[in-house]
Write a protein that binds this ligand. Structure first.
Ligand SMILES: Cc1cc2nc3c(=O)[nH]c(=O)nc-3n(C[C@H](O)[C@H](O)[C@H](O)COP(=O)(O)O)c2cc1C
Length: 151
């Protein structure tokens, strides 16, 4: 059994909708246990539990949400001795292309280190049924890769 951790923040509910769909997709895969936590509530013990990570955030002021940045700030040094090197992917809700949030997450993840295993998923504008379907597929793909030992 592999453990997948979804870490997200949402201020007005858009990323939350994506995260719920990502969670549903991941649960379609047997052999993977998924936990979903708000970034402010995620602690080092959760990272140690995880075999893979999914980060969900809005793009705020051209970068990730302050809550997700806070998660990285709090766990960077505590994680260092564990050399986690976990596979991860990112999903973003943004008015624009989300590239600022993606860029900054990827820069931090390299230092952690974490391994990017998929291109980020960016839902542009108002959340649609298509965004939710794509988010579900995104979560499913991550879980399937973990279950099969591909990542
Ligand atoms: C304070 C603030 C700053 C924002 N800055 C950006 C931005 O730089 N780029 C962008 O594409 N959208 C920006 N947005 C729009 C949000 O990314 C978008 O509304 C997103 O869907 C919010 O997700 P949430 O409901 O999960 O909080 C901003 C929104 C707020 C409230």
């Amino acid at each position: 059994m592999k453990n997948l951790l979804i870490i997200y923040h949402s201020q007005t509910g858009n990323t939350e909708q994506l995260a719920q769909a990502v969670l549903r997709g991941s649960q379609e895969e047997s052999g993977v246990r998924t936990k979903m936590l708000k970034a402010f509530d995620t602690v080092i013990e959760d990272l140690i539990w995880a075999d893979g990570l999914l980060f969900g955030t809005p793009e705020n002021f051209g970068t990730m949400s302050g809550a997700l940045k806070d998660f990285f700030d709090r766990t960077y040094y505590p994680a260092e001795p564990y050399k986690l090197n976990l596979p991860y992917a990112t999903f973003v809700s943004a008015e624009n292309d989300g590239s600022g949030a993606v860029r900054d997450i990827e820069r931090i993840a390299k230092g952690y280190p974490l391994r990017k295993i998929a291109e980020p998923y960016v839902a542009n504008g108002v959340i649609s049924a298509e965004h939710l379907d794509q988010s579900r597929d995104f979560g499913h793909a991550m879980a399937a890769g973990l279950a099969l030992g591909i990542f």
